[in-house]
Every structure is written in C-alpha cells, then in structure tokens.
Design a protein around this ligand. Structure first.
Ligand code: GLN
Length: 304
C-alpha cells in the first residue's frame, strides 16, 4: 500500500519552504491580489479515500482548468461534431498565441488553447438555454457540490484587459468559426475561467476522467471513448508549449490554469490537484509541476 498521506505531507513541506515560487499572473489584475505563499495538494484514490496537505480547501480561480469542463459539456451535447470546428493537435505555442489560427484558417489547433476554448464556448452558447447558469450547474453536478460559483470581479477584470482573447474571437469570427457575437461568447468564456474551486473540489470533479466517465455519485457523463479522448488531449495539449515537459517530468494527463492550479490523474488509480499561485515562464504553476513530479517519482506511478 502506498502511503499517500506521508508523500503529500513531505511534498507540502518542501514546497512551502521553497524560495523560488514563480510569478503570479498579473495580466488579469484581479488575480494579482492572491497570496503567493499559498500551497495546497489533494489526492483522491479510486475507492474515494482522500488525502490532503496545505491549503487544499481554499478556493482559487480555476482559469484554464475550466476548458476541460467546457469541452466535456460540449462533447456531451453535440458529440463528434465538436471536431468539425477544432483540431486535436498540440500547438507547441503559448496558450494565447494567434499566429497558428491565421495560418490554419480559423480552425484552432486544440480545445485547450484559448482560441479552441473560445470555439467551445461558442458551441455552448448556441446549445444551452441559459449558458452561464447551465454550465455552472454542469460543473456543480460533476463535483457534487452546489456551492461552486463564478467570481464576477475576476470575470470583469479579464474582460477589461482581455485584448488577445478579443483578437482571437474576432479572427475566429472572420473565418466563420464563431456563430454568436464576440461579446456574448467572451462574456461566457471570461465567466467560465472565473469559476472558483479548491483542490478538494477539483479532484471530485475530475474523478470521471480516472473512472471511465462515471462521476463520484455513480452517474455516467462520458462514454469510455470520450473519456479516452479528453485524457489524450490533456496529455498532449493540457500545458500548452510545456505539454512535453509535463509528460516528461510527471507522466500524467492533466490541465493547468493561470490561477496556479493543476489537476492531473492516473486512470483507474487516483486524481490529484495542486495549487500554488506562482507561475513559470510558460504560464504553468512552478511549484505545482514540481510537486507532481515528486508525487509520480515517490509513488513510481505514472501512465508510462
Ligand atoms: N482566462 C485566461 C485567459 O484566457 C486563461 C488562461 C490560462 O489559464 N492559461 O487568458
């Protein structure tokens, strides 16, 4: 039996005392208010045993981690049609780059970079009756937690400074790959990114990706094929131009956000979330990546 609690305690201790913690995202002004010394980690195993260390219960802005939820929601609504409007290849580019989008005629490389997630947001706006309320309910359902909510201040802050996302949405619109108004789609996108969750809540929500599409309450949300595809996308595209490094160091499918969160999973075994707000130059949590490298090294468990 692996002593997960002991491993998490050791990781939390070394991360809390680390001096190089990375840099907090400040291009969304509201995010720069977060305390950089925070560190949390939570792991749930396949039989729902829970292990926690540090600030694992504290809420933070999930940002791009929400792209996995929106993709899951879109796939459950329109299935294979998603792939007519977004590709499944790693971009090798930062999350907010625009050059490939122009080069490839408005079809984003994958649904986990910003341009791809904006197309997915457009699909949800078209297919949901009350997009923001319905999407929030979907996340609450996956997490089995009705307390999860948007942070209006973060959404507003990003709207005021999200010039690159406006550029991406306008470019998509010019290629006919955005059906709704730019303003409407981005309002939805900024809200999905502003959702606040803790490490504990994130592991609950991501449980379906380690459990063949079945959530903690036993409800099936995804087919096994869809679950495979989302995990494949997380592995190859979940960390943008650092996806190779994450596979190399950690060896798990996962997803990061500029709020400093990372969720990763080992199919059939466990799901783990970390939070440390300082980012490395590629926009992924510096200590979060280091913590997960320590976890897969100490447990000798990864997908490889
Ligand atoms: N809301 C952020 C943005 O669009 C999400 C980026 C991220 O977490 N990588 O820039």
């Amino acid at each position: 039996m692996i002593d997960y609690q002991n491993i998490l305690d050791t990781i939390a201790l070394s991360c809390s005392s680390a001096t190089a913690k990375g840099k907090i995202a400040n291009y969304i002004p509201e995010l720069s208010k977060v305390d950089s010394s925070k560190f949390g980690i939570h792991l749930v195993d396949s039989t729902m045993n829970n292990f926690s260390a540090g600030d694992a219960d504290e809420l933070f802005s999930i940002q791009s981690i929400s792209k996995v939820f929106s993709l899951t929601h879109a796939m459950s609504l329109i299935g294979e049609d998603v792939w007519k409007r977004v590709d499944v290849e790693p971009s090798g580019d930062p999350f907010n780059h625009l050059s490939l989008l122009e080069f490839e005629n408005g079809i984003p490389r994958n649904p986990l970079i910003n341009a791809g997630a904006i197309v997915i947001a457009d699909i949800l706006v078209s297919n949901l009756k009350n997009p923001k309320a319905d999407f929030l309910n979907f996340v609450r359902l996956l997490s089995n937690d009705n307390s999860i909510n948007y942070n209006g201040d973060v959404a507003k802050s990003e709207k005021e400074t999200g010039f690159r996302n406006f550029a991406a949405a306008n470019l998509l619109k010019s290629y006919g790959n955005l059906k709704n108004d730019v303003e409407v789609v981005l309002d939805f996108y900024f809200h999905q990114c502003s959702i606040e969750m803790s490490c504990v809540q994130l592991t609950k929500a991501f449980y379906i990706f380690m459990n063949k599409g079945v959530c903690q309450r036993g409800k099936t949300h995804l087919t096994i094929r869809q679950e495979k595809r989302i995990n494949a996308l997380m592995l190859t595209c979940g960390f943008y131009d650092e996806a190779g490094e994450f596979a190399f160091e950690v060896g798990l499918p996962g997803k990061s956000g500029v709020g400093g969160g990372i969720v990763a999973l080992l199919p059939g075994k466990y799901c783990v979330a970390t939070w440390s707000p300082g980012l490395n130059p590629k926009g992924n949590s510096k200590l979060g990546m280091e913590a997960l490298e320590k976890l897969t090294t100490a447990t000798q468990q990864s997908i490889f």
